[in-house]
Structure formats: structure tokens, C-alpha cells
Design a binder for this molecule. Structure first.
Ligand SMILES: [Zn+2]
Length: 217
């Protein structure tokens, strides 16, 4: 089945009767996110594909990367691909995924879509902590808390192998949203080579901020 809205068209299995509720949630939240990115519209209506078949989702992922159990949603092809609740429940990592978690994940992916739209240049090694910092803060902050950052900059940059990577990215993102102007952050979004240049300083400052923040609580 499909449901079409201004910014996206979602395809799902008719047995996944909760999807209209997910669509209502997205509709209630995406305007604020598009405003943050100063996007009046998207370049094209994005597809959201809800995979009811875990094996098909693995095949989709493997066009790009090796599949890992922690993967349940992605924007690798410029659209949002996500496991249905039933398919997620077949994985170890998402065996307990709730409808609220699924709504959060899909909105998180929508933030990635907006960031892709806003980029004016592309660098080969994306600064993953910046992407995940924005997506966790703007898309699904209800799922994270700030943590003291103890990891080294190298570890943070080696994102996919780093322990506690999403809470750390959330903390760095929160630091940036508090300390940098909206304009500065938009510049980093548009020109990722600039955040690459400034990344050591940002990470050092975010680490200090996170540790002070933690002490005063
Ligand atoms: Zn993400």
C-alpha cells in the first residue's frame, strides 16, 4: 500500500496497519525540521520503504555495506528505508522495538534526508558524528541523554567502531546547538570540508563542556 503526502510517499504492507499513525507523526514534526535546515521543499518527494522482510532489507543494505544487526533504517539511496516492527523484532538488537521507537527512528532518518538536501559539496569521508549529532538532537532527542565524553578524537572519528557512539554524538550535537549560531551550523551543513577543518577544536571543546556539564549536575 502507499500513502502520499507533500514531502514523501510511503510504501508498506497492508498488514502494517500502524503506518498511518506513523505518517501522522511525521506530518506533525517534519515542518520544524525543514525550517531548521531552511528548506521550503525537498528536491523530490522522498520514498519511505517499510521492509516487512528482513532478508530483503539485508539485500538492500548489501548494495552499499556489509549488513550488521544494529542496522534497522538508512538513507543510503537518498530515500528512507526502514524495517517494519515485525521485521525489526526478528533482529537481536531491535527485538523489543515499539511503535514509538519506530516513529523516532524514521524522523531521525528524515533529518539525514534534509542534511543531504542542504549539502553544497560532498567529501569522501563524512563526519559521521556531526550527521548523527544533528539527527539525534533534531529527530529523536527523547531517546538520548548527554554523557561525559571520554573517548579520544580518533575514536569518535572512527564512529562505527566506537563504544557509546550515538550518546556521544548526541552530546556533541547538543554542545554545538547551544554554543554555535544557527548560521554557523548551516554553514557546516552546507560545506562539510569546513567541519572537517574545525573538527579537532569542536571535539576538544565538546569534551570539556560535557565534563563540566556533568560535574555541575
Ligand atoms: Zn543516523
Amino acid at each position: 500500500m502507499t500513502l502520499e503526502k507533500n514531502n514523501f510517499i510511503i510504501t508498506y504492507d497492508e498488514n502494517d496497519s500502524y503506518i498511518p499513525e506513523v505518517v501522522d507523526y511525521l506530518e506533525s514534526r517534519i515542518n520544524d525540521i525543514m525550517d531548521f535546515f531552511e528548506l521550503k521543499s525537498l528536491s523530490s518527494k522522498k520514498k519511505i520503504i517499510v521492509f516487512k522482510d528482513l532478508e530483503k532489507y539485508k539485500e538492500h543494505i548489501e548494495q552499499f555495506f556489509e549488513y550488521h544487526d544494529y542496522m534497522c533504517a538508512d538513507t543510503n539511496d537518498g530515500n528512507i528505508n526502514i524495517l517494519s516492527l515485525e521485521a525489526a523484532h526478528k533482529t537481536k538488537m531491535y527485538a523489543d522495538m515499539t511503535l514509538d521507537n519506530l516513529k523516532s527512528v524514521i524522523l531521525h532518518e528524515f533529518v539525514h534526508i534534509c542534511q543531504q538536501e542542504k549539502e553544497m559539496e560532498h567529501i569522501n569521508d563524512d563526519i559521521i558524528w556531526f550527521w548523527e549529532g544533528l539527527a539525534t538532537n533534531l529527530g529523536n532527542p527523547e531517546e538520548y541523554e548527554c554523557v561525559p565524553i571520554n573517548a579520544s578524537n580518533d575514536d569518535i572519528n572512527n564512529f562505527n567502531c566506537s563504544a557509546n557512539n550515538y550518546p556521544i554524538a548526541f552530546t556533541i550535537g547538543k554542545y554545538m546547538l547551544e554554543k554555535y549560531s544557527h548560521e554557523e551550523i548551516l554553514e557546516y551543513i552546507k560545506y562539510p570540508s569546513r567541519i572537517l577543518e574545525d573538527s579537532e577544536k569542536i571535539l576538544n571543546d565538546a569534551r570539556e563542556w560535557s565534563n563540566q556539564n556533568n560535574k555541575t549536575r
